[in-house]
Design a protein around this ligand. Structure first.
Ligand SMILES: C[S@@+](CC[C@H](N)C(=O)[O-])C[C@H]1O[C@@H](n2cnc3c(N)ncnc32)[C@H](O)[C@@H]1O
Length: 271
């Protein structure tokens, strides 16, 4: 099912040239996230055959995907009709719309419904940020990072997509923000020693296992510090996340900007 985060006609197939290895691997191994798998594979094959430079880039940037990429190309025709090729490219892009949106960070607040309607008071209701050392995991375009920076002593934004890291760094330079640092990092391998932060926040990243994630977020948090999960007001958050509740996260309910109950979560770290 499409997320509705991008209008594929607005994106060149060259968008794939902006993706990192982790994103390419995820896309190629899952055959596109949200669409019909068989149609996505066929469309991607047509698009790759029509875009040899993109094919070369994907195979070299993500060598472990090379065989799967060859297979996609081999199982699809080489078309010459520009309209048919563009249709295939747009279907391929729609299947990777989250990663495509991350290449246009300036559109995330408008197009990503996980962000729309959110206000920073939600975050400040969860913990006292004053003078704290904070980590934002999977920081994206910095929604939580820049809100926290208004009160915290320091905020570190860890984010694996280069386009998003650059977006945050550009904002820091433009606005002369002094207390935010941006760096690369995956949620399950955070690039920090144990017990570094007073607050570790995260939201809307494609993690895998709840226990592994909570363990890694807790590892970098000080004893007595807080883990926060502060999503936007979108439909994904209307249902209580019992997986979090059974693991000791407190659910904090509020009426979101679309008039629906939405849940944030917090958990105090005890070591
Ligand atoms: C939907 S965005 C959410 C951004 C931000 N947390 C927010 O809520 O505004 C998901 C983010 O997770 C990042 N991401 C994807 N896989 C990740 C992983 N394994 N570890 C850390 N971040 C990841 C993506 O690059 C993207 O920035």
């Amino acid at each position: 099912m499409a997320l509705g985060w991008i209008s594929p006609e607005d994106y060149s197939f060259n968008t794939f040239l902006l993706l990192e290895r982790f994103a390419i691997s995820r896309i190629i191994n899952s055959s596109g996230f949200h669409n019909d798998e068989a149609i996505w594979r066929y469309s991607m094959g047509i698009a790759l055959n029509a875009n040899p430079v993109v094919m070369w880039y994907l195979k070299h940037r993500c060598p472990e995907c090379a065989a799967l990429l060859d297979e996609l190309a081999a199982n699809a025709p080489t078309l010459t009709d520009a309209t048919a090729i563009r249709k295939a490219e747009e279907y391929a892009l729609l299947g990777v719309e989250d990663h495509a949106l991350y290449t246009t960070p300036e559109l995330m607040a408008d197009k990503g419904d996980f962000i729309r309607g959110w206000t920073q008071e939600r975050l400040f209701d969860l913990a006292d940020f004053t003078g704290k050392i904070v980590l934002d995991v999977a920081a994206g375009s910095g929604r939580l990072t820049f809100a926290a920076a208004e009160k915290a002593a320091w905020v570190y934004a860890s984010e694996p997509a280069g386009t998003l890291r650059e977006f945050m760094r550009d904002k820091i330079a433009r606005e002369s923000i002094k207390n935010v640092r941006v760096l690369d990092g995956f949620a399950l391998e955070l690039p920090f020693p144990d017990g570094t932060f007073d607050i570790v926040m995260s939201d809307h990243f494609c993690g895998g296992d709840y226990d592994e994630e909570t363990a890694e977020l807790s590892r970098v948090c000080k004893s007595g510090g807080w883990l926060l999960h502060c999503p936007g007001d979108a439909k994904y958050n209307y249902k209580l996340d019992n997986e979090k509740v059974v693991r000791g996260w407190e659910a904090v309910q509020y009426v979101g900007s679309y008039g629906k109950d939405v849940y944030c979560y917090r958990k105090q770290v005890k070591k």
